[in-house]
Every structure is written in structure tokens, then in C-alpha cells.
Design a binder for this molecule. Structure first.
Ligand code: GA4
Length: 332
């Protein structure tokens, strides 16, 4: 069982200029000024909520029902689709370096169908339906992620506007899809302490698109070092800047630390698309954003980064070993 020694949650409620919602920027993707608001949100938070996202409700509800159906199966059935290496069913163990959480999940890569073989004996004839529902949802969410990435390029006034989105759109894009189930955890099991569903971490990819049911649990770490609880909203999506986008913007956009706390009474279901670049892609700051500055990072490919990232524990600073040493500040 994973517990936090003391509750570290500070509720941070504010509503400023109609763009902050419970301390988190709220962006209407259909608004003409959304480009600059998106840039502001990525610089200041690395995290925001989007509405008018264009993903059909039907895709979301179908996938949620499918997830509920799968996670309701007996453990012995679900384990037939395990372990998640890198795709398949996982229970409590996260990654392969000793992290655990109050969670069960499915991991799938998005550019190959070989994933689904593991689920054949579980879904039987419904296997094709499973594949179609996941693919329908992922394509739609990927489209939205690309729209956001294009708006970001426009907001930053850099060209071409698909400079970020082309990486996620690439046939070779190394993107992942994750379905999470955080079962309710009875209070007497952890005696009022905070139980971790998914420990604190940043996402390694370019952009993450999260949708959850109406159960709370997600928290993000703000610049002032306070964790804020993000109120769930099943009709919206939450977007995270990933480590790769932080590097491509030479640290201008922030890859946000986040975590999920377990809930005492309700199941939380979340579905996350992690848009990543092709494995051979060099992850470097865009020259058009540098304006004479030096790169904060050493050069690396997504393959090199991923290889190193997957060897570390969840909470570790994965970008640390790729940061360039900054010359000491000399006060004259
Ligand atoms: C965090 C973001 C995604 O969920 C994920 C995670 C991955 C995993 O669950 O296998 C990792 C984690 C995530 C980063 C460090 C490594 C790898 C668990 C872990 C300890 C699928 C991803 O891409 O990186």
C-alpha cells in the first residue's frame, strides 16, 4: 500500500478574468483568442482544461462503458492480458522500477494493432468492437491534440504551424494510450491518510490529453509548490505539457508534475492519450524560439530519452540528466 505521511493538499480556488477555474486555466477552443491563452497556460502552468473540444460524446461514453466492462472482470481474466510490457493489463505495479499505486490499467501503443492480440481470449468476438472503439476515440482525441499544438505554434508566432503537430501525426509517432481504473479504497484500509493512486511524475511525451469520469483524484503541482486538487469534469479534457514540449520550447512551456489520489468511495476511470514523437526524432529547442539564447538541454533523440526515462522511478526528474550545466552567475 502506498501512503503519504501527511496530507499535503492545499485547495486553491480562484476565478480570475474568467480564464482560471479552481486554479487551473480554462480554455474554450472555439474562441478566437484561444491561441494566446493556450501559450499563457503552457508557460505559467503546463496544464489546462479545454471545452468545445470537438470530441463526440458518443466516442467517450462508448469507451468508458468498455473500460467498466473490462475492469469488472475477475482478476484472473484480466491478467490474461498482462503484463504491460509495454502493452497490456497492469495491476498496482507502475513501470518496472518498483513504483506501485492503487490502480489497475491497460496500456496500448497507438500505431500498431498487435496490442490487441493479448485481449483476444478475453473479448472473444467483441475483440473487433474493442479495437474500433479505442481507435475511434484515439483518432478523435489526437485530432484535438494536434489542433491545440497548431494553435500553440500560431500563438508563439512560429512557422510552419504544424511544427509540433507533425510529430504526433507522423505514422511512426511513438504515442501511447492508457485506460486507468482507480478502485475505491475503503477508509479503514488507510486510516485517513492519503493513499496514492498514481504517484507524482511528469509525462515524458509532447502532449497528454486526459479525460476522467466525475470522480476526483487528480492533483497538479503549481509553481508555488502547492498541490491543487483538480475538480473532475467528464465533459472536458485536461491537457498536460510533456517533457519533450518543455525541451522544444527551451523551458518556456512547463511539463507539469501531477499525481492521482485514491478515493474512498467512488471508482475513478480515466483515459489518457500521450502524443509522442517518432523514436528517431531529435528533441531540441526550436531555433525560432531561441532568440540568441543557449539551449538549456543537451541534444538527444526521443529513443534515447525514453530509454533513460523508463529506467528511472516515477517521481524522478527525468530531464535532469539532459540539462546543460549553466555557467555560474557572476555578480559584478
Ligand atoms: C508516465 C506517463 C505515462 O503514464 C507512461 C508511464 C510509464 C508506464 O506506466 O510504464 C512510466 C512513466 C510514464 C514514466 C517513467 C517510467 C515509465 C512508468 C515509469 C516508472 C505510460 C509513460 O510514458 O511514462
Amino acid at each position: 500500500m502506498v501512503v503519504l505521511s501527511k496530507p499535503a493538499v492545499i485547495e486553491h480556488l480562484s476565478l480570475v478574468n474568467n480564464t482560471l477555474f479552481h486554479g487551473v486555466p480554462l480554455i474554450d477552443l472555439s474562441e478566437p483568442d484561444s491561441n494566446s491563452l493556450l501559450v499563457k497556460a503552457c508557460r505559467e502552468f503546463g496544464f489546462f482544461k479545454v471545452i468545445n473540444h470537438g470530441v463526440p460524446t458518443e466516442f467517450i461514453t462508448k469507451l468508458e462503458s468498455l473500460a467498466i466492462q473490462f475492469f469488472s472482470l475477475p482478476l484472473s481474466e484480466k491478467e490474461k492480458a498482462g503484463p504491460p510490457d509495454p502493452c497490456g493489463y497492469g495491476n498496482k505495479k507502475i513501470g518496472s522500477n518498483g513504483d506501485v499505486g492503487w490502480i489497475e490499467y491497460i496500456l496500448l501503443t497507438t500505431n500498431t494493432d498487435s496490442n490487441y492480440q493479448k485481449f483476444t481470449s478475453i473479448f472473444g468476438e467483441s475483440q473487433e468492437t474493442f479495437r474500433c472503439i479505442v481507435n475511434g476515440y484515439v483518432s478523435s482525441v489526437k485530432k484535438m491534440a494536434c489542433k491545440i499544438l497548431e494553435k500553440l505554434a500560431e500563438g508563439l508566432k512560429i512557422e510552419p504551424k504544424n511544427i509540433f503537430s507533425k510529430l504526433v501525426m507522423d505514422e511512426e509517432s511513438d504515442s501511447i494510450f492508457r485506460l486507468n481504473h482507480y478502485p475505491p479504497c475503503p477508509d479503514d484500509q488507510f486510516k485517513g491518510r492519503n493513499l496514492i493512486g498514481f504517484g507524482e511524475h511528469t509525462d515524458p511525451q509532447i502532449i497528454s490529453v486526459l479525460r476522467s469520469n466525475n470522480t476526483s483524484g487528480l492533483q497538479v503541482l503549481l509553481k508555488d509548490d502547492n498541490w491543487i486538487s483538480v475538480p473532475p469534469d467528464q465533459n472536458s479534457f485536461f491537457i498536460n505539457v510533456g517533457d519533450s514540449l518543455q525541451v522544444m520550447t527551451n523551458g518556456m512551456f512547463k511539463s507539469v508534475r501531477h499525481r492521482v489520489m485514491a478515493n474512498t468511495s467512488k471508482s475513478r476511470i480515466s483515459m489518457i492519450y500521450f502524443g509522442g514523437p517518432p523514436l528517431c526524432e531529435k528533441i531540441v529547442p526550436l531555433p525560432s524560439l531561441m532568440k540568441g539564447e543557449d539551449s538549456l538541454y543537451k541534444e538527444f533523440t526521443w529513443f534515447e530519452y525514453k530509454k533513460s526515462a523508463y529506467k528511472l522511478r516515477l517521481a524522478e526528474n527525468r530531464l535532469g540528466r539532459f540539462e546543460k550545466l549553466q555557467p555560474p552567475c557572476v555578480n559584478k
